[in-house]
Ligand binder design. Structure first.
Ligand code: SF4
Ligand code: SF4
Length: 300
């Protein structure tokens, strides 16, 4: 399957191991990614607060580039925050022909135009994996079932809220996809209170205490539920849960030491890729225990 690929800025900057692991996982699932390397930041919901036409123009430009990729079934992202922000812009662009024409006027100098088309999609890798590739295909491609690994899914907010905008009417199980993928690769999904809650990332510069207490509480809940690691489809969630984990431990006044994987890293392990090539040595919280469990599976 050919897709226009929107990696987002965080996956290229702060968490390059996410972009790197996606690049290795894609060919194993027969996904041909055509990277939109001239596309722009989605605004992450921040620009929209100040200037909706500007953020809609920026995202219409990205959508127009994606629609220009010949033979692409749609556009794939690896950041649920991008998913949420872009879906919101698209909703406004699709709602009014006049508004869309005005936005497209701004794109004319580059020869671009976003065409409203109900069949065209922009999906996070999680959605694409379940809805376009399919869990049966994923199961067939697994060469190293992650048996015995207890994985706590962390969805974050933008991929589950608001359900009306995010297509839950047509795909009511989207808030269970992580568990379904975890089961398909042979591991055990762990249930815990924070899996659909906010990680606190947007608050970090305004109220560090509340932000990191929130992240720390979710991590502690996953530890109490006996998880070996968490996995997330959002690099911004990853920043609060992994990069900030040592500080979050101070705010919740307990030891936290639980690795946080990106979704393509977890899938890549089951597809036979090695932890180091998936960049699992790049995280703040060491992934050694998970790596040892995976190595033991290979040796068994
Ligand atoms: S959500 Fe963040 S990472 Fe994704 S494109 Fe927007 S600004 Fe970049
Ligand atoms: S969980 Fe955090 S980073 Fe993730 S989408 Fe929500 S606020 Fe953003």
């Amino acid at each position: 399957m050919k897709v226009a690929y929107w990696p987002g800025c965080v996956s290229r900057g702060f968490t390059p191991e996410l972009h790197g692991s996606m690049a290795l996982v894609a060919p194993k699932l027969d996904i041909e990614m055509v990277e939109l390397d001239r596309a722009n930041c989605c605004g992450a919901g921040v620009i929209a607060e100040h200037n909706q036409e500007l953020v809609d123009t920026l995202n219409a430009r990205t959508f127009a580039m994606a629609q220009g990729v010949e033979g692409a079934a749609g556009m794939m992202n690896i950041c649920s925050t991008c998913q949420g922000a872009q879906t919101e812009c698209r909703e406004r662009l699709d709602a009014s022909t006049d508004y869309r024409s005005g936005v497209n006027e701004h794109l004319k100098p580059e020869g671009l135009s976003y065409e409203s088309n109900g069949d065209w999609w922009n999906k996070n890798f999680l959605w694409l994996l379940v809805e376009e590739i399919g869990l049966d295909t994923l199961r067939e491609r697994v060469v190293r079932p992650l048996e015995g690994l207890r994985i706590a899914p962390f969805y974050g907010c933008y991929i589950v809220r608001p359900t009306r905008r995010l297509g839950y009417a047509d795909h009511p199980e989207r808030d269970r996809y992580m568990e379904m993928v975890i089961e398909a690769i042979g591991a055990n999904p762990v249930d815990y209170a924070g899996k659909h809650k906010c990680c606190g990332f947007p608050l970090i510069t305004m109220n560090r205490t509340t932000s990191l207490r929130q992240a720390g509480r979710h991590l502690a809940d996953a530890i109490d539920a006996d998880a070996d690691c968490l996995v997330t489809p959002c690099p911004l969630c990853h920043l609060n849960l992994d990069l900030q984990q040592p500080d979050a431990a101070k705010y919740v006044e307990r030891d936290l030491d639980i690795p946080v994987l990106h979704l393509p890293q977890m899938v890549g392990l089951a597809l036979g890729l090695e932890p180091k090539e998936l960049g699992m040595n790049k995280h703040v919280v060491k992934t050694g225990d998970v790596q040892r469990k995976v190595a033991a599976l290979a040796a068994a």
